[in-house]
Write a protein that binds this ligand. Structure first.
Ligand code: NDP
Length: 487
């Protein structure tokens, strides 16, 4: 059976490349090639820039309310096609249908809707300076590049295009080579909604295509989601033409469970923050610090629920709540970390092996894994694993646990479980992380800015402030009297 071949999406339509080079995309749950995608060669790259220039001219000339109306149509189409799009995400990523069906499209649509609503409300300022005055305009940047990771492909494309388009920019988006289809679907939806051709373009390929985007002088900004190491390369390359950057990078986030916490709720949060999307979430609380007084109760319940309530298998089965990891290579990487955890002296509470469920025997599954007896200097406690691997540590002193939680170069997220509101806020205020939760974990509504401290990122996505990251301020001074000049 021949599989479909997707071309790059440029200037409102699919465009064939000249080299004929393609790459294959596999379903992580079956190890089968499901389609091929053409790589953006030089011809496509040049066409993408020309297309985005024209798209920008048309789109930025429209009023914010006209843009808003069109983006809201795209939101409606995204919601209408929820199931079709969710299926694309399941087949590309290996994540469970029960997640994609209610999260991936929905949270993407929410963000476009949010920024579509905000766009007409963006205003400049004016101020009198004697008899003269100045005013400011919030102008779009021009062509923005978006580079996405593979864990939430459609959501990432929406989170980057929502504010960029609402502010009047054009976008060239490169999805991860592992998950290229969601962005194409979004591009088609934008056209159907009435976004002018050239405003949202999708170029396909691996690192080389990303590198071309980050180096291209016609592009004003790069919004990147991916690993810390790649983020550094992207930023260094973007510096060559002094591009603005937004960096959404990795994490190794702590969750602190105090001895007055509702332990069952804390276990729920720990499981959500380690096993949802089979652990492939940047904000995951992979370091769980539990107060010694509730430690035994916590790990007993955690073990029981992990062993009884997790169902791995064909991700399209609505009962399945643990999907396949993105690739064989990534599965091996995660298993390698588990081996390292054992070698370095951590104790496996549960899990630890590859899985071959009957309904998806060839998928890249890893058992939900919990390590106890962990020490702060173990590799599994220090490095981002990006799989279903949780490390549990014990503490008995507030200041000490804050210091341990902050002892990392990463600072994406953090959480606290306690019923003492003063303790909760006191601790959260001292944690070095950009996204924090109290008695909750993982919720990320469109209204809430998200982004990292330290090496977990630069800039924010979502929330009002993000619109500012996609505009530049022009100040205009108006003279109201004759110029005084010595010449
Ligand atoms: P990578 O850094 O490997 O890749 C991210 C994107 O960058 C991909 O599209 C990739 O292309 C591209 N790329 C790779 N090299 C370069 C380069 N030199 N220049 C420009 N682009 C390049 O990340 P993953 O896809 O493996 O995603 C997992 C990582 O993403 C984790 O660290 C996770 O924490 C982080 N992440 C952060 C989020 C946040 O909001 N903070 C959210 C989601 C994930 P290709 O893959 O095609 O090679």
């Amino acid at each position: 059976m021949t599989t479909p071949v997707y071309e790059n999406f440029i200037n409102g339509h699919f465009l064939k490349n000249q080299t004929g080079d393609t790459f294959a995309v596999k379903n992580p749950a079956t190890d089968e090639v499901i389609y091929h995608v053409e790589i953006a060669d030089e011809f496509i790259q040049n066409a993408a820039i020309e297309s985005a220039k024209q798209g920008f001219a048309a789109w930025s000339a429209m009023t914010p309310i006209e843009r808003s109306r069109i983006l809201l149509k795209a939101v409606a189409i995204l919601r209408e096609r929820n199931d079709e799009l969710a299926k694309v995400e399941v087949l590309d990523t290996g994540k469970p249908w029960q997640e994609a069906e209610c999260v991936d499209v929905e949270t993407g649509a929410d963000v476009i809707e949010y920024f579509a609503g905000l766009a007409p409300a963006q205003v400049g300022q004016q101020q009198m300076v004697g008899n003269d005055f100045y005013y400011t305009r919030k102008e779009p940047l021009g062509i923005c590049a978006g580079i996405g990771a593979w864990n939430y492909p459609l959501q990432i494309a929406c989170w980057k295009s929502g504010p960029a388009l609402a502010a009047g920019n054009a976008v060239i988006f490169k999805p991860s080579e592992e998950t290229p289809l969601g962005a194409i679907k979004l591009a088609e939806i934008f056209i159907e909604a009435g976004v002018p051709a050239g405003v949202f373009n999708v170029v396909q390929g691996a690192a080389e295509v990303g590198q071309w985007l980050t180096a291209n002088p016609n592009i004003e900004k790069v919004s990147f989601t991916g690993e810390v190491g790649t983020g550094k390369k992207v930023m260094a390359s973007a510096a060559g033409s002094l591009k603005d950057v937004t960096m959404e990078l990795g994490g190794k986030s702590p969750l602190l469970v105090f001895d007055d916490a509702d332990v069952s709720q804390a276990v729920s949060a720990a499981m959500l923050g380690n096993f949802y999307t089979q652990g492939e979430i940047c904000t995951n609380c992979t370091r769980i610090y539990v107060h010694k007084n509730v430690y035994q109760q916590f790990i007993d319940e955690l073990k029981t629920r992990t062993e009884q309530n997790i169902i791995a298998g064909d991700p399209m089965d609505p009962e399945v709540n643990l999907g396949a990891l993105i690739s064989k290579k990534h599965q091996e990487l995660v298993l390698g970390y588990i081996d390292k955890g054992i070698q370095e002296g951590a104790t496996l509470l549960t899990g630890g092996k590859a899985l071959s469920p009957a309904s998806a025997p060839n998928g890249y599954f890893v058992e939900p894994t919990v390590f106890v007896d962990c020490k702060d200097d173990m590799t599994i406690v220090k490095e981002e694993i990006f799989g279903p691997v949780m490390s549990v540590l014990v503490f008995d002193d507030e200041d000490d646990v804050i210091q341990r939680a902050n002892d990392t170069h990463l600072g994406l997220a953090a959480g606290v479980f306690t019923k003492d509101i003063q303790l909760a806020h006191r601790v959260i205020h001292q944690l070095q992380a950009g996204i924090c939760w109290i008695n909750s974990y993982g919720n990320s509504p469109a209204e809430m800015p998200v982004g990292g401290y330290k090496q977990s990122g630069i800039g924010r996505e979502n929330g009002i402030e993000t619109l500012d990251h996609y505009t530049q301020t022009k100040s205009i001074y108006v003279g109201m009297s004759n110029i005084e000049s010595p010449f």
